[in-house]
Write a protein that binds this ligand. Structure first.
Ligand SMILES: [Zn+2]
Length: 317
């Protein structure tokens, strides 16, 4: 009998494979772990480190790859603990070291493009599009504070299952995204693969509590998917409509609010000043909302992230 193959490896029941895949036309190698359950079932992919300075998910993925037991799995778990390895090893702020691109934003990638394009192409073709469920682990970047929340993409054939995955995640908020371009989980969703992106952690810090919370969420989703046995827990949460405002200019940034704060329309959210302390721009809240993540470093970069907030929707699910 032949089993499903991923990255040139047949997923033979009971096997654990730890390997690197080479990205054609580059020096990049992507570490991956294939946990082939002893019992048949679906295949779930976990990726971390698409943004390489978002450490909570990376460490959670490394630990899960050693803690999940193939004897207990009904199906397969594929783990990419560090998708952007060269960024990690050169300590970039979540850009691919070789070409300075944001890997997350170039999906589905390009087999003939620069390093980030080729890496995204490989991740999508070899791993993402060949699985039944997908979890992408993120945090606030090295300069960002963030409250935990979870995304899924609306208006897809995978929406119902993706919503169930969202209920398995122990956060207060979720975003039903409308973004259909760039991004790994949303592209997978368009391909009909139930997918979520979990945001937890900030400022390139990583705490035991956050790592355990990521791992608990993944295990809960694995129970929902039937890959781990046992009951899964549903966590009620509030739906948000998300808005991201990038910085209109480069300079010094002075945020007024903390992530998780509620604000009213018209309240000041922060100000950009020049190096003489003169005001260049003031950001006011365009409507009532809750601050999800924001730039929290003194420097802010034109067209780079400034504030991302959510507007509360009526339904609690
Ligand atoms: Zn990220």
């Amino acid at each position: 009998m032949r089993y499903k193959s991923i990255a040139g490896h047949e997923l033979t029941p009971g096997k654990t494979i730890k390997d690197h895949i080479h990205v054609r036309g580059t020096e990049l190698h992507v570490p991956h772990v294939l946990l082939c359950g002893e019992h048949p079932g679906p295949t779930l992919l976990i990726s971390a480190g698409i943004h390489n300075a978002e450490y909570v998910g990376i460490q959670a993925a490394i630990e899960l790859s050693n803690e999940l037991d193939v004897k207990e799995l009904r199906g397969n778990v594929i783990i990419l603990p560090l998708a952007n390895r060269s960024g990690f090893e050169n300590r970039t702020m979540s850009m691919v070291y070789e070409d300075g691109k944001n890997l997350y934003r170039v999906f589905p990638g390009d087999a003939e493009g620069s390093e980030a394009d080729r890496l995204a192409h490989t991740l999508f073709e070899v791993f993402i599009k060949n699985v039944d469920f997908y979890i992408d682990l993120h945090s606030g970047d090295g300069y960002e504070t963030l409250v935990p929340y979870v995304y899924y993409l609306g208006d897809t054939s995978a929406e119902e299952k993706a919503k169930k995955m969202v209920t398995c995640v122990n956060t207060k908020y979720y975003v039903r995204s409308r973004c259909r371009t760039g991004g790994a989980y949303n592209l997978a969703s368009i391909y009909g693969i139930p997918s979520v992106l979990i945001e937890r952690g900030q400022l390139s810090l990583f705490s035991r509590e956050e790592i355990e919370a990521d791992k608990a969420d993944v295990r809960n989703i694995l129970r929902y998917a039937g890959i781990l046995s046992g009951d899964w827990t549903e966590y009620p949460k509030q739906q948000l409509l998300e808005y991201s405002n990038d910085a209109p200019c480069t300079g010094c940034w002075y945020p007024e609010k903390k992530v998780g704060d509620f604000f009213h329309k018209g309240e000041k959210l922060g100000e950009i000043r020049d190096y003489f302390g003169r005001s260049l721009f003031t950001e006011y809240a365009p409507e009532d909302g809750v601050l999800l993540h924001q730039c929290s470093s003194l420097n802010i970069i034109e067209k780079g992230p400034m504030v991302t907030y959510g507007v509360l929707q009526n339904n609690i699910e």
